[in-house]
Write a new protein. Structure first.
Length: 174
């Protein structure tokens, strides 16, 4: 496995809409990419990672909300190919989010309390996952990445400008 480069805002790959994978693309090379994404996510202390964050505009996501916080030990990693939200609850929740592509920033974001996601496994099996709580939020966050949406795009204009200003200041100091 290999750790991949995580692209940060304002890199254009993060705003690009990802393309669906075809069945014939579900192969050992794809599985290796997903494993590398998972290793990268653990190394960066994240709970989810979408392919655009590593410069690949394909509809791929890895998530592990059950990992051991201290040692980064895998809990229950999920590999999602072509994930799409097919149902959203009416109820919404508000919580603090961060992102590996928006380093050192956090903000309150409103999300649906529950979602159902349809996706393919790396082996091509179609599945549905009904999620609530932290997993539901993580799924929405990562699927947004596939559509070129960052969590800061859900903020008010003023809050977003404040976050972007801090990011630009950080970039200049690096």
């Amino acid at each position: 496995m290999a750790k991949l480069k995580v692209y940060e805002y304002p890199h254009p790959v993060l705003k690009k809409k990802s393309v669906k994978l075809e069945k014939e693309e579900l192969n050992d090379e794809l599985k290796q990419l997903l494993d590398d994404m998972l290793e990268t996510m653990y190394a960066e202390a994240g709970v989810g990672l979408a392919a655009p964050q590593v410069g690949i505009s394909k509809r791929l996501v890895v998530i592990d909300v059950e990992q051991d916080d201290e040692g980064g030990k895998p809990g229950n990693p999920l590999y999602l190919v072509n994930p799409e939200i097919i149902w959203r609850s009416e109820e919404k929740v508000c919580g603090t989010e961060g992102c590996l592509s928006v380093p050192e920033q956090r903000a309150e974001v409103e999300r649906y309390a529950e979602v159902t996601v349809r996706y393919l496994t790396p082996q091509g099996e179609e599945k549905e996952l009904k999620a609530d709580g932290f997993l539901a939020v993580a799924l929405q966050h990562e699927i947004d990445h596939l559509d070129g949406i960052l969590y800061i795009d859900h903020l008010s204009r003023l809050k977003r400008q404040m976050v972007v200003k801090k990011l630009m200041k950080r970039l200049k100091s690096v």
